[in-house]
Design a protein around this ligand. Structure first.
Ligand code: ADP
Ligand code: ASP
Ligand code: MG
Length: 443
């Protein structure tokens, strides 16, 4: 058994849905995890804002757009009139259901219920597309088995038991299910955060101990730098779990930050493939360490830097513990840290409790907050021992670097820059670290 996940662009049009159908139709047993059509989740997020603001006109417009988008797909990919009518009726029922949900009071659960409807709509249409093409399949409702309890630490055993029960009652070679949606420990509908269908795929992969998880997207694999900002990036053939986890956590959009964590213990490989070039090799992510040294660079935005300065007692016994406890109490994790004798600088990406954190620390130190920074992360197994890694420090001549973290792990060197310098930093590092000209090192 394999798990195959297809992302928003891969299922984003009638034409692409037919491509996905052809990729699946190879006689192998599989679970297929689908995202919503591209743009749909964004619309649903807007819908939740409409609910918050009680903007009835806005809500109606969004629902009309969603209805039209999905009815258009049905009109294009189904030949038989009765099928088109039946499916369109069902899509109308789902849209009416969404409308009813929008009349409820706003809550976290309401948000999750609304934003996950894109997956509900699309999987229904896609399962019927396979059926109408004579490809036997079974549509599984992810809300019945993705009972992860917590997003950070999903209860794989629980998902496994529930999913196996679902599969046993619906024998099929191809199972279709929704990415993104899940249930929390209170049994309420929740979601795995934006881009979470990748994570659904690996949670299912771990729950069923499958032979492989495939993530099908719109690019030919993991690249050595962010192709949205840098030209001439290259596909990477293989990444270790560690490398992929670091890159995804530090902003590589191709993978949800937590994608690899469920499959590491079980050693299940993750293969990244291109829906628009299915025969291309893609990128393999596994536990095997094939090469060491510099592999790739990624960037994570919306980072807040906090400098804590105290002339008297910074390095005094217990002082750092006091500072960290404040962050811990507000469940705010720290990404980078640097220290000097009188000051400590650290970064956070979740500034929900920033005001409270600053207020508490200001009781015994001077605190400065700088927003809109980006962490640029240079990743590879043993990257700190790479002969070329020293070149990255040339960046100091060109771009104001706020912090550097070197040696915290052998696999990651991070630098913090102002977000307005992010693209130039990525380009500069690409040139310095991935060009083939070698420099003689004279000591
Ligand atoms: P999907 O909708 O299939 O989940 P995403 O948009 O989430 O696709 O991820 C694929 C996109 O990630 C690519 O189109 C590319 O622009 C972007 N991306 C960012 N960093 C990388 C990288 N290092 N390698 C490949 N793609 C990357
Ligand atoms: N549809 C969801 C999103 O846009 C989940 C996903 O695409 O993975 O975030
Ligand atoms: Mg994605």
């Amino acid at each position: 058994m394999k798990v195959l996940k297809f992302g928003g662009t891969s299922v984003g049009s009638s034409e692409n849905l037919l491509k996905v159908r052809d990729i699946l139709n190879n006689g192998e047993k599989k679970i297929v995890v689908l995202s919503a059509m591209s743009g749909v989740t964004d619309q649903l997020v807007k819908l939740t804002i409409g609910v918050k603001n009680q903007d009835i006109t806005g809500i109606t417009q969004i629902l009309d757009r969603l209805r039209e988008k999905h009815l258009d797909v049905i009109a294009t990919i189904f030949d038989a009139k009765e099928t088109r009518v039946a499916l369109s009726n069902h899509v109308n029922v789902i849209i009416e259901e969404i409308k009813e949900v929008t009349s409820c009071d706003y809550s976290e659960e309401l948000y999750s219920r609304l934003v996950t409807y894109g997956e509900t709509l699309l999987t229904y249409i896609f399962s019927n597309l396979l059926t109408s093409n004579g490809i036997k399949n079974s549509l599984l409702d992810a809300k019945k088995f993705m009972h992860v309890d917590t997003v950070e630490n999903p209860n794989i055993n629980k998902v496994s038991t529930l999913l196996k029960k679902e599969i046993l009652t619906q024998e099929a070679d191809i199972y279709i299910t929704q990415g993104f949606v899940c249930k929390n420990d209170l049994g309420k509908i929740s979601h795995l955060k934006r881009g979470g269908s990748d994570y659904t795929a690996t949670i299912i992969g771990a729950a069923l101990e499958v032979e492989e998880v495939q993530i099908w997207t719109d690019i030919d694999g993991f690249h050595n730098n962010d192709p949205r900002y840098v030209e001439n990036t290259r596909r990477i053939e293989h990444l270790t779990y560690n490398e992929a986890a670091e890159l995804a956590y530090f902003g590589a959009k191709i993978l949800h930050p937590q994608t690899v964590s469920p499959v590491i213990i079980k050693g299940i490989p993750v293969l990244l493939k291109n829906t628009f070039n299915p025969s291309a090799a893609g990128t393999v992510i596994s536990g095997e360490k094939r090469t060491t040294g510099l592999k790739a660079i990624s960037a994570k935005d919306n980072i807040t830097a906090i400098k804590i300065k105290s002339n008297r007692m910074l390095m005094a016994h217990g002082y750092l513990r006091r500072i960290f406890e404040v962050f811990d109490n507000y469940q705010t994790s720290i990404d980078m840290i640097t220290t000097s004798e009188i000051a400590i600088s650290l970064t956070i990406d979740d500034d929900k409790h920033l005001v409270e954190i600053v207020r508490e620390i200001e009781a015994y130190a001077e605190v400065t907050v700088e927003k809109e920074h980006s962490i640029i992360c240079i990743v590879g197994e043993e990257v700190i021992a790479d002969n070329e890694a020293h070149k990255l420090f040339k960046i100091l001549n060109y771009i104001p670097v706020r912090m550097i973290s070197y040696g915290g792990s052998n696999n990651n060197i991070s630098i913090l820059v102002d977000t307005k310098d992010k693209v130039n930093t990525l380009k500069f590092l690409n040139q310095k670290l991935f060009s083939y000209e070698k420099e003689e090192l004279v000591i």
